[in-house]
Design a binder for this molecule. Structure first.
Ligand code: SF4
Ligand code: FES
Length: 246
């Protein structure tokens, strides 16, 4: 059957404004949207730019806006959409477009870097194995599934409409992973400080869109709420400690 894809096009070197091209692609209902885009690039227009790598939901490089919702092109099938009508293919929202469907992810990775996305070596139990129970590990298991695709940034109304500087769901999720890791508890206070900054965790208004679109089905909003709760608990224990001293 023939499927129509209406694709966002923009080449900053030659175009003043973006436009859309419509391509008719021979496809089956079980074909992926990524297969359709590859067919366009291989058979109709080799200038169409988009990113892909693994084609199996692992690398996170083919995040797109498909019929107005963020998704990975390799995870979505033609039959997931009403293919009797044009399927609208656009780049992820929020990010600057480099060309066509390719976006500049620098602002995304800058945010991830800003939360110190690695365990910091401490002097506590240095040189000793830091044993962790299954239960302790389960507190941040979900966050480890993140593939840094950026779909949650594109779907978040805070990022796209209210606060361009908001640190964003994936960065908070990553910080939550270290805050709740029993092996890195000694730097929790500093990590909570980062989350408390303006445009930090309190910027989240719990729209739940990050959770809705996340291709790895991570409960992103729940992780953000747990981080907020941890900050409140930390402040309460500080107040109780001060009251005890007076
Ligand atoms: Fe992608 Fe989900 Fe990670 Fe956001 S939380 S970057 S949507 S995998
Ligand atoms: Fe790697 Fe889709 S191409 S996640």
């Amino acid at each position: 059957m023939n499927v129509s894809l209406k694709v966002y096009r923009f080449n900053p070197e030659t175009d003043k404004e973006p436009h859309y091209d419509v391509f008719a692609v021979e496809a089956e209902p079980n074909d992926r949207i990524l297969d359709c885009l590859n067919k366009i690039r291989w058979q109709q227009d080799s200038t169409l730019s988009f990113r892909m790598s693994c084609a199996h939901g692992i690398c996170g490089s083919d995040g797109l806006t498909i019929n107005s919702q963020s998704a990975l092109a390799c995870q979505k099938l033609v039959k997931d959409y009403d293919f009797t009508k044009e399927i609208l293919i656009e780049p992820l929202k929020y990010f600057r477009v480099v060309k066509d469907l390719m976006i500049d992810l620098n602002s995304f990775f800058e945010r991830i870097k800003s939360i110190t996305p690695q365990a910091v070596q401490t002097t506590v139990n240095l040189g000793k194995e830091r044993i962790q129970s299954i239960r302790e590990r389960s507190r941040f298991d979900d966050a480890l599934k993140c593939i840094l695709c950026g779909c949650c940034y594109s779907a978040c109304p805070v990022m796209t409409e209210q606060d361009q500087e908001f640190i964003g769901p994936a960065a908070i999720l990553r910080e939550q992973r270290y805050i709740f890791d029993s092996r890195t508890e000694d730097d929790t206070k500093e990590r909570l400080q980062i989350m408390k900054k303006s445009h930090g965790v309190w910027g989240c208004k719990s729209y739940y869109m990050c959770t809705v679109v996340c291709p790895k089905k991570i409960k992103v909003t729940e992780a953000i709420l747990k981080t907020k709760k941890k900050i409140i608990q930390e402040q309460q224990s500080k107040i109780q400690q001060q009251a005890g001293e007076n």
